[in-house]
Design a binder for this molecule. Structure first.
Ligand code: OSB
Ligand code: MG
Length: 373
């Protein structure tokens, strides 16, 4: 049962970490990630949250700079010195601030970690998750050649991953999928377009149907529901929405409209764990499976994602994979590892249950700001 906790100190740090391998989506290629790490303290303990906003407003409207501003000037004054009965009360307390879900989520998730640490229980216990492990899949970016894509899939298959997602865009779609099916047969395969198409591409996207993909993720615009419903009516491949699902309300609209058959949950996009649980529960009531997305998180955000992924309607392998695919070294020691059977064990310590390498954090910190009640 939740017990009250007070936040009397917030620290935000701007970090920059180089990626092990570049990551390319339909909106561009990145070689490193800049993000904000939030530390929320109370009663001598601290919780951590990671803000998934990027340096550029390409996946979402938020950026590291907007999130820094919103956390410092608007979220901190609301949460500092305040006693919360339950971490579920943090998101509603920020209701006056419109949007900025990624900024809110970073603070909200730090509050969940703090609350779980104060109670001495793993975060999954507070979230209502039960499984001791999660099923892991990989998201593979657009490569320089189809051969390079094939080789990447080969490597990830050998590592045991249970589902393969490839990024697509106009000009890198049918040929890529055809190559994967020819080279790897009937592996669990899906594609993610990150909003690269329009409804005028419906006939083109229908040509993916014969490849029996698990799903196509976010083919159309980031805030669209209506055209996704029209597209879904005309293709067999199930549509999964990512960018469009920014709230439980949006999820309800999407399900009601028939715009998707599967939902990708990212707590950063939704405003934190509490809102993610609401979307998870809503989807379960409609028999819509969910899976956990990823935002190239460091070990801190990754650990949060693992705990959330243990709720029962996370029925498909997610994008939560091993640290070493992204950062070497990661901010946590040891990093998140995937077992040979493609599963990741849930960290068992209090809170997110991972050990942060503070020397490493300090080495990659570009800016830091502390706020007290
Ligand atoms: O659309 O799921 C996405 C990464 C950055 C921004 C958006 C997305 C992604 C990924 C990578 O697909 C998921 C991961 O491996 O963390
Ligand atoms: Mg996506």
């Amino acid at each position: 049962m939740p017990s009250p906790f007070r936040i009397d100190r917030l620290q935000i740090r701007l970090l920059r970490l180089p990626l092990v391998h570049f990551f390319e989506t339909s909106f561009g290629r990145v070689h490193d990630r800049t993000f904000i790490l939030v530390s929320a303290s109370g009663d001598g303990m601290s919780g951590l949250g990671e803000c998934v906003a990027d340096a550029d407003p390409f996946y979402s409207a938020e950026t590291t700079v907007t999130a820094w501003h919103i956390i410092k000037d608007f979220i901190a004054p609301v949460v500092l010195g305040r006693t919360f009965q339950d971490p579920r009360d943090v998101f509603p307390a920020l209701r006056q601030i419109r949007g900025h879900n990624m900024a809110k989520a970073a603070v909200e998730m730090a509050a969940w970690d703090l609350a779980a640490k104060q109670q001495g229980v793993p975060l999954q216990r507070l979230l209502g998750g039960t499984r001791a492990w999660i099923e892991s899949g990989v998201s593979i970016g657009i490569q320089d050649s189809l051969d390079q894509l094939g080789d990447k899939i080969e490597t990830e298959r050998a590592a045991g991953y249970r589902r393969f997602k490839i990024k697509i865009k106009p000009g890198w779609d049918l040929d890529a999928v055809e190559m994967v099916r020819r080279r790897f047969g009937d592996i669990p395969l899906m594609v993610d377009a990150n909003a690269a198409y329009t409804i005028d591409d419906a006939a083109h996207l229908a040509r993916l149907d014969p490849f029996r993909l698990m799903m196509i993720e976010q083919p159309l615009d980031y805030d669209d529901i209506r055209d996704h419903a029209r597209l879904q009516a005309g293709i067999q491949t199930p549509i999964c929405l990512d960018e469009s699902i920014h709230s439980p309300h949006a999820a309800e609209d999407a399900i009601a409209a028939g715009a998707c058959r599967i939902i990708n949950i990212k707590p950063g996009r939704l405003g934190g764990h509490a809102e993610s649980i609401r979307v998870h529960d809503l989807a379960a009531r409609h028999d819509v499976p969910v899976w956990h997305g990823g935002m190239l998180e460091s070990g801190v955000g990754r650990a949060h994602n693992i705990h959330l992924s243990t709720l029962p309607n996370f029925r498909l392998p997610g994008d939560v994979a091993a640290s070493k695919r992204y950062y070497a070294p990661d901010l946590i020691e040891p990093g998140i590892e995937v077992r040979a059977d493609g599963t990741i064990p849930v960290p068992v310590g209090p809170g997110i249950g991972v050990t942060v390498d503070w020397t490493r954090v300090t080495a990659v910190t570009q800016q830091s700001h502390e706020m007290r009640a």
